[in-house]
Structures are given as C-alpha cells and as structure tokens.
Design a protein around this ligand. Structure first.
Ligand code: XLS
Ligand code: NI
Ligand code: NI
Length: 434
C-alpha cells in the first residue's frame, strides 16, 4: 500500500451515483455473448499515469508524486505500490509497461536487466494477489540519447545490438509475467533528413530486427502476439511505420505478415490523416488486427496529445470495427493517455480513467446494437449484391482474363447506371443508436 490513493474507494457500477462511479461500465453485463469486461479488456498505461511528470516544451514537472523522480529502486517500488493501488480502485483487468517506466536504468545492460527482474518479481507477487494481468510489455528504445538516431535503424551497429539486448530482456520478462502481447512501437525508427540517411538499408535492418524478435519469441515459447504500433510522425519527421497499410507492406516484404499483428492508436490514426475506424477496418481487412491504444489527439494541434477518449460516436464506430473483426483475441483497450498538466490530484487520475471506461462502455453498447440489428450490414451487403451473380464471380476467378472480360462487356453493350451510396441515410441511421 502506498497511501497515495487512500482517500479514494474502489469504484463500482452505480448509474445513479453523484460521485466517482461507473455509470455505463458494468463488467458483468453481457454484450454480444461476452461479459463487458472481457469485450473491452481495459488496461492502464504505467508510463503516462505513474511516469509522466506533467512537463511540456515550455515548462517542467507540474505533478507532485511522492515517487518522483523514481531514479532509485526504492522510489520505483513506491511507484509500483501506488500503481497497483490504483489498478485496484479501477478494477481494471490489465496494465501495460515499458522497462523504462518501472525501473531506473542502470549504468550497464546487466544492471538494467537485474533491476527489471527485481521489479518483475514485485509485479508477479502483486499480480498473484489479485492484481491485474499484463496486456503487454515493451521496451523503451527512444528516450535515452543513445537512441537519438533510432534503435534497429541506427547507423551504429552497436546501438542495434544494445536494442536487441534490451528487447530480449523485456520480451523475457513479459513472458515470465504471462503477458498477452509484446509491443514494438517504432520510437525513433525514422529519419530527420535524407541528406544523412539510407532508408533502404534502415528498412532492411528494421526487418531483420523484427525477425529476430519473432524468432526469439518462438524459442522461449512465448504464446502472446507480437504487435507493431504504427505512427506517422513524432518523434522523427518521417516515421517508417506510418500507418496500417504501410506497416502491412513492411511486414509482407520481410515475410512477417503471419507473425505480427498491430496495436492501433487512435491518436496516431489522426496524425496520419485517417480516422480510427479506417485504421481498424484496414487492419481487419489485411488480417493483422491485434489491439488498441485508446487515446485521442487534439484535431487541431498536430501532435500526439494522448488525451482520454470522450467522444462516444467516434468510439462507437471504432468498436463497431473491432466487433466486426471478431472482438479482441489477445488484444485489449489500453489507455495510452495522460492527464492535462493542470490536473494535479490523485482524483483527477481516477476520474480520467473512469470517464474513459464509461465512454468505451457506451461506445461498445452502441456498436453491439448496430451490429445485432444488422441494418448497416444489410445496407452494405445490398450495395455489393451484384457480386453474388455467377458472371461477376467468374471475373475474379482464375479462368478470366482482361481480354475475356472486355470482349464480354462489349458484346453485352454494358452501360452501368450509377446507384446512390446513401451516405446521409446511413449517417442518420447511426445517429439513431448513439
Ligand atoms: C507513442 C506510443 C507509445 C507506445 C508504446 O506515441 O503511443 O506510447 O504505445 O511504446
Ligand atoms: Ni501507444
Ligand atoms: Ni502515441
């Protein structure tokens, strides 16, 4: 017990509450054949909630937490105590962490690994005593200055090797803690200027690195999924893992499309000029949907603001795509989100997550209702109905050619007539559920 959250009791589902409670998130409510908790699979992100100090480019720490700056193991343990107290207040089933969030880095790889293992022992005990499970672990390959020019894509092979050692250790700790996934977000895998960069070589290094990680996963018997997290910009101007489609091309090129899935973040989708649901639908279409980071960006500011979700219609469309993909398998809903820097108090952190969980619960219920009613899907099926005809199917089959299709079209004197896409009618339909 850290004492930090002592003034706050565990939250319950209480729609009539005037205080801190869930008004929509009822873990036991059944939604499309599963408990809501098992559909949403919420996770708290250790870094934003227990590591981030409230700084921005114009000013430093605004939050006063007793474990800051967490540069000793004693403080790291105090932070772990507070984190697990917090998880219990929310009743979340999962959490996520980077090595860098949970232990101070040592002055050698060996010391860093030893510290990570010591914290993992503490986590294991807390997890066994009713704490949440691990949705995913990951390595921070972007904060230390050694990574300023990338990790796997660094021009210095020693940095590649250092990153390999770091990921080996994090993957093994994730495995030991029964993590359901292991995430690689491409931190500084990208570049600032072509004048000093060989992108072809860097992509090959990144492909090799990922293959090594996948190989090691199998070697140690880790059953979780390896997830890549696309992001188009920030911190480097040109991030290689731009968006879902780009990452799919990368995976294909290095033969990893059946080994790796994606962790899709709403804010990153927005930065890429896409909607969240676009990225989710693309991942589902390409067979690489894995998990989500449920944090939005500001639509105007153009950087990764990591805000808690608060827009139900948006989140409903996201869960609609997730449910269409069959729901989460190993993935879940991770709040890779942080408070605004003026939100100083423990209660702010609790309320931010409670509100976000309610927004997701509402979104999920809306999505399930739309899917169960089948009106949207019926309209979509009707739109593609022509493809049910045998002649249409034949065009897609092996026996057809451009010539045979063309000759037939000419012989039939085809003159296709446009049909309404019914966008506004469909938007109105969605609005009836929200
Ligand atoms: C940064 C990413 C990061 C990953 C984990 O923008 O969202 O937080 O989720 O490394
Ligand atoms: Ni993220
Ligand atoms: Ni992000």
């Amino acid at each position: 017990m850290s004492g930090y959250f002592d003034s706050i009791s565990p939250l319950t589902f209480d729609p009539d509450s005037e205080g801190l409670a869930f008004r929509h998130y009822d873990p036991d409510q059944m939604v499309m054949g599963k408990r809501m908790e098992d559909q949403l699979r919420f996770a708290v992100a250790y870094w934003h909630s227990f590591g981030w100090e409230g700084g921005d480019p114009f000013g430093g720490r605004t939050f006063e937490r007793p474990w800051f700056p967490a540069d000793t193991m004693e403080l790291a343990i105090m932070r772990a105590d507070a984190a697990f107290d917090f998880f219990r207040i929310l009743g979340v089933p999962f959490f996520c962490f980077h090595d860098h969030d949970v232990r101070p880095e040592g002055d050698s790889l060996a010391v860093s690994r030893d510290r990570l293992n010591r914290i993992a022992d503490i986590f294991a005990e807390k997890m066994a005593n009713g704490g949440p499970r691990l949705l995913w672990g990951t390595a921070n390959l972007f904060t230390n200055r050694r990574y300023m020019a990338g990790a796997a894509t660094n021009p210095d092979p020693d940095v590649f090797a250092y990153a390999a050692a770091t990921v080996r250790d994090c993957l093994e700790v994730t495995h030991r803690l029964d993590g359901e996934n292991y995430v690689l977000w491409g931190g500084r895998e990208g570049y600032e200027t072509l004048l000093n960069t060989d992108p072809g070589q860097e992509l090959d290094h990144m492909g090799r690195f990922l293959s090594l990680v996948v190989e090691h996963k199998h070697k140690i018997g880790f059953k979780g999924a390896i997830l890549l997290e696309p992001k188009p910009q920030e911190p480097t101007k040109h991030q290689y893992d731009y968006d879902v489609a780009t990452v799919y091309g990368f995976l294909k090129r290095y033969g990893l499309e059946n080994e790796v899935k994606l962790n899709i973040e709403q804010g990153h989708a927005i930065l890429a000029g896409h909607s969240f649901e676009h990225e989710l639908a693309m991942a589902n279409a390409l067979g690489i949907f894995g998990s989500v980071d449920m944090n939005r960006n500001d639509y105007q500011s153009g950087w990764d603001t990591d805000q808690f979700p608060n827009n139900v219609p948006e989140i409903a469309l996201a869960y609609y795509e997730i449910l269409k993909a069959g729901g989460f398998a190993s993935g879940g809903t991770n709040f890779d989100a942080r408070l605004r820097r003026q939100s100083l108090d423990p209660v702010d952190l609790v309320a931010a997550h409670a509100g976000a969980m309610d927004v997701c619960a509402r979104g999920l219920k809306v999505a399930a209702a739309m899917l169960e009613d089948d009106k949207l899907e019926a309209a979509r099926r009707a739109r593609y109905a022509g493809w049910q005809r045998p002649e249409a199917q034949a065009m897609l089959g092996a026996g057809s050619s451009l010539e045979s299709i063309a000759d037939k079209a000419m012989a039939q004197g085809l003159d296709p007539q446009p049909v309404s896409g019914r966008q506004e009618i469909l938007e109105n339909l969605v609005n009836r559920y929200v």
